[in-house]
Design a protein around this ligand. Structure first.
Ligand code: ARG
Length: 567
């Protein structure tokens, strides 16, 4: 149930009856005195019609059929219309055990292209953001009924693989050597930089690999398998939904690359420039006004990241029949995506109806506002970061609860520590840089994961103390007190928030929502004692509690965060 969508429909029908096709612009009320929702579209509609906005508002209200939804409709200021939902409407949609989310009317097939590390190196904090945000969006899309195809577009085909393979061969192809990919990369790079003969071997290794040499291919596969196993270990620890089956690597498009070039040439889009095959589009120029190419093939015959991305678009359109593709990478790739989206459209690699959306994100910074690095200045490895999260959470859990047994403590610490890292990332606006701060993210107050996990556990403890089987509660939560009405309105916004998260790729909206819900619940709990109440009042408050707990649990789950019955 999405009251905002329902009100929008009704208001737009009323506007139409008044001769306007303007959008109603219904929103949650910005202040309690404006009711629950407000309609902001009347002024613009009146302007277009050349009439007085307050008069139009009165006419629209006259045409409006919302007696089944609202108990109060009020014209305010220059032509706003404020709506107060009726208790009967709220209760009608607050059945304790009805599904909280309904599938959208028109569902899509969506590729979520996320995580996508380069396998030459270990995953670092930049991939943390892509992995966490992309996974949350994939889950939300699925909850809304869309078909999601997860694609982990790992980089496994660049020139650096020649160097890694040459080093792997030289050092005896021991998998134990690869337990630390960063170290392995560094060692290989050092050989490459200091030994021309090694560098030469590396280059011929790339040629052999890309030319299909069986030995090179086997060794490369060995390297990729180990490297992907590292990634999967991180995904599992993070509790993300990615599996090895979601890997659709750059190399998977290798055989398609020549035909991408041919297709571009056939459409007259290809130009040779300094021996390279390029696409020049008018809309892309350098600062000095000179044209900026998308290079499709280098002068030595090699294809590039862009070529592979064009092939991926064509594959997703032709083979997967996809309506929408979301790419989660940091903001530095914005130009790359604008360019390949434009080329893909010009070359008709995608139908017009297919939507390609880059979902950029900002950097993770340390407390001093500097890019997040280790003390030694290298990138922070994800495994180490997650170890630290769990250790810090464990210390907190043991400090709050000295009696707790070790196994229980480490289980809680894992959920709290990993949850905190994920939530800290998800709760900031995706496009802004964010400061990674252990103390803030692990705080039990404020908009944090521990606070929300605790809010959920507290409701569970109410049921335990009252010896109530929450699963067996039935009926609808009916608002009686004002705090219940406030809580009811927030509970009913869940669907709307998820739809917005899915449309814009902004998980922080869901975080903010869950935080508001937990806050509203606390106020309700303070003013409406539950276990000491009696009869129908008690049942009704239990229903509100159950509905809130379910919403918190599902909401956190969609963010990829575990809930605990006890903390
Ligand atoms: N491998 C790239 C990187 O680590 C990200 C790939 C994103 N996806 C894509 N289809 N280009 O920066």
């Amino acid at each position: 149930m999405n009251p905002r969508a329902l009100l929008t429909e009704r208001f737009e029908a009323a506007l139409e009856a008044c001769g306007s096709d303007a959008p109603a612009l219904v929103q949650s009320a910005s202040k309690p005195e404006f009711g629950h929702y407000q309609t902001n579209g009347i002024m613009a509609a009146a302007k277009r019609m050349g009439t007085n906005p307050r008069d139009l508002a009165a006419k629209v209200v006259g045409q409006l059929a919302i007696a089944d939804i609202a108990e109060g409709v009020e014209i305010a200021g220059p032509g706003f219309i404020n709506i107060t939902l009726s208790d009967a409407f709220l209760a009608e949609h607050l059945d304790v055990d009805a599904p909280l989310v309904q599938p959208n009317a028109d569902v899509q097939r969506v590729v979520v292209d996320y995580s996508s590390p380069n396998l030459a190196k270990e995953m670092h904090v930049g991939h943390l953001r892509s992995t966490i945000i992309g996974d949350a969006i994939a889950r939300v899309l699925e909850a809304l009924g869309h078909t999601v195809v997860r694609q982990n577009h790992v980089g496994d085909w660049g020139t650096q693989f020649g160097m890694l393979l040459a080093y792997l061969r030289e050092s005896g192809a021991e998998s134990s050597l690869l337990s630390d990919l960063e170290e392995f990369y560094r060692a290989a790079k050092q050989r490459f930089d200091n030994d021309p003969e090694f560098a030469q071997r590396s280059r011929s290794m790339v040629v052999a690999l890309q030319g299909g040499d069986a030995d090179a291919r086997t060794q490369w596969q060995h390297f990729i398998d180990i490297s992907l196993a590292h990634c999967q270990a991180v995904y599992d620890r993070l509790g993300t939904t990615l599996t090895l089956a979601d890997v659709r690597a750059e190399s998977a498009y290798n055989d398609e690359l020549p035909s991408i070039k041919d297709a571009l040439a056939a459409r007259g889009l290809l130009t040779e420039s300094d021996g390279a095959q390029c696409v020049f589009l008018d809309e892309f120029k350098r600062k000095d006004g000179t044209p900026l190419p998308v290079i499709v093939q280098k002068s030595d015959g090699g294809y590039l990241y862009s070529t592979t991305d064009l092939a991926a678009i064509r594959y997703r359109a032709d083979q997967l029949d996809i309506d929408r593709v979301l790419y989660f990478t940091d903001a530095r790739q914005a130009l790359h995506f604008r360019q390949i989206f434009a080329v893909a459209a010009k070359a008709r690699f995608k139908p017009q109806s297919m939507s390609l959306e880059h979902m950029p994100f900002g950097n993770m910074l340390d407390k001093n506002g500097k890019p997040f690095k280790t003390r030694a200045g290298s990138v922070v490895k994800l495994t180490e970061l997650l170890d630290e999260a769990e250790q810090r959470a464990l210390a907190l859990v043991e400090q709050k609860n000295p009696e707790i047994d070790t196994a229980e403590a480490s289980r809680i610490a894992k959920a709290v520590g990993i949850g905190a890292v994920k939530y800290a990332d998800l709760s900031k606006h995706r496009t802004s840089d964010y400061v990674f701060d252990w103390d803030l993210m692990l705080a039990f107050e404020g908009n944090t994961s521990p606070y929300l996990q605790y809010a959920f556990a507290r409701i569970q403890s109410i049921f335990r103390r009252g010896e109530i089987d929450a699963e067996r509660l039935t009926g609808k939560a009916m608002p009686v007190a004002d705090v219940e009405r406030d809580l009811a309105v927030v509970l009913l916004r869940f669907q709307e928030v998820l739809e917005q998260v899915a449309a814009e790729g902004l998980p922080h909206l869901l975080c903010g929502y869950l935080y508001e819900l937990a806050t509203k619940f606390t106020r309700f709990y303070e003013q409406c004692p539950i276990l000491t109440a009696e009869g129908e009042a008690k049942q009704n408050r239990l229903r509100f509690s159950r509905r809130t707990a379910r919403t918190l649990k599902q909401g956190l789950n969609l963010l990829g965060i575990e809930t605990l019955d006890r903390m």
